[in-house]
Design a protein around this ligand. Structure first.
Ligand SMILES: Cc1cc2nc3c(=O)[nH]c(=O)nc-3n(C[C@H](O)[C@H](O)[C@H](O)COP(=O)(O)OP(=O)(O)OC[C@H]3O[C@@H](n4cnc5c(N)ncnc54)[C@H](O)[C@@H]3O)c2cc1C
Length: 339
């Protein structure tokens, strides 16, 4: 999915831009299905970003989920309480991880845990825990509002033992109590947030196209040359939704383009995700509104798109957290200064 074609290379399309375009198309079909595609887990993005050559060799081909969230730690990742203690040649992990995407289907999970609670963010490291590791149990799967094709589950780590070399990153990062390791993995999100935004674009576009078709069947005319004084309310609503979708798409493409061109894009990636998450939620709701009973019936997909869209504003950082990241970058404030 992400290998650049010759044409794309010639036109300067990089891997991230290609990926967001491909994701929009796939999610025009189904977001849950995309998330169930082997090998594209968030854990894989983290492994690609920070693993050593040796770790890439061992884990590069495994489908890896990512387990950050805990019952008492979601948006505030620094408050993770899952612990990792070194015991001879093994790490021993203890804790609980909730809402893990691809919990059941993945082959390994990148688990965030602290090696020193006193060190705050500096103590947090990521560990590759392979399925079948002693003390590693998938406790249950969630029943969800949307993206039901994707499995989401809770893991319990009870004296879970993994090899010493499964801590991700360079030996310097592994030993250090600075935030280098934490920041390294957090940087993964600068690449993946535009991907999540693109999921929202796909869902919203599917809903918009379906709505347009249904409105035309009952006499709506979409003529962009009409004066604003002569358009009907439902047409105006539709044009506004189209503009919103386009704005979200342009933000997403910009963030992906920046990643492809080695430009720092934390702020732009968060802008894209915040906008696409919000637009996806509002647009799919408005579509159901305009569709009337068709939007409420399970015979068509409009209600499913509305349920699916909500997740874009939740995982990989909620909308509010994206706003916070944008505000911090914009104002030049640290996470301590603006909470
Ligand atoms: C289907 C699904 C799949 C998921 N997949 C994964 C996964 O693969 N791996 C993983 O680790 N996690 C995953 N998650 C968890 C998801 O990332 C978290 O739910 C999300 O980060 C929010 O954390 P929380 O649920 O603890 O909410 P909280 O952090 O408790 O937030 C609750 C509310 O308060 C708001 N809030 C929190 N802090 C602030 C603040 N400082 N300022 C303003 N508002 C704030 C939030 O925006 C939110 O609206 C998944 C969740 C779902 C539903």
């Amino acid at each position: 999915m992400t290998r650049p074609s010759t044409r794309a290379k010639k036109e300067g399309l990089g891997k991230n831009l290609q990926t967001v375009i491909a994701i929009e198309e796939l999610c025009w079909g189904d977001t849950g299905l995309l998330l169930s595609w082997p090998g594209q887990g968030l854990g894989n993005a983290a492994i690609d970003a920070v693993a050593t050559e040796e770790q890439l060799e061992r884990f590069g081909d495994k489908w890896a989920a990512m387990a950050i969230t805990e019952p008492e730690a979601g948006s505030d990742t620094a408050s993770i309480t899952t612990t990792a203690e070194l015991d001879g040649e093994e790490w021993v992990l203890n804790g609980e991880k909730i809402f893990v995407t691809a919990a059941e289907r993945s082959e390994a999970v990148v688990v965030w845990a602290t090696i020193d609670k006193e060190a705050g963010r500096g103590g947090i490291k990521s560990f590759v825990v392979e399925k079948g590791s002693p003390g590693f149990k998938l406790d249950h799967l969630e029943k969800k509002l949307g993206i039901r094709a994707s499995d989401t589950g809770t893991f319990v780590l009870n004296n879970c033992r993994i090899p010493k070399d499964n801590i991700l990153g360079s030996s310097e990062v592994k030993k250090s109590k600075t935030t280098a390791g934490f920041k390294g993995v957090m940087k993964t999100f600068d690449n993946t947030r535009p991907h999540v935004a693109a999921q929202g674009l796909g869902i919203a576009r599917a809903a918009l196209e379906f709505t347009k078709e249904k409105l035309e069947e009952v006499g709506a005319e979409f003529d962009y040359r009409k004066s604003p004084n002569n358009i009907k309310s439902r047409e105006k609503d539709y044009y506004l939704m189209e503009a919103n979708l386009e704005a979200a798409r342009l933000l997403t493409w910009r963030a992906a383009w920046m990643a492809d061109n080695g430009k720092r894009n934390s702020m732009e990636a968060s802008m894209a995700k915040a906008k696409a998450g919000r637009a996806g939620t509002l647009l799919t709701q408005k579509c159901c509104d305009l569709l009337g009973p068709v939007g409420f019936s399970c015979r068509d997909l409009a209600e499913k798109w509305m349920r699916d869209a909500k997740i874009i504003d939740i995982f990989e950082g909620t909308g509010q957290i994206q706003h916070l990241i944008v505000a911090r970058q914009f104002l030049g404030l640290s996470s301590k200064e603006l909470k």
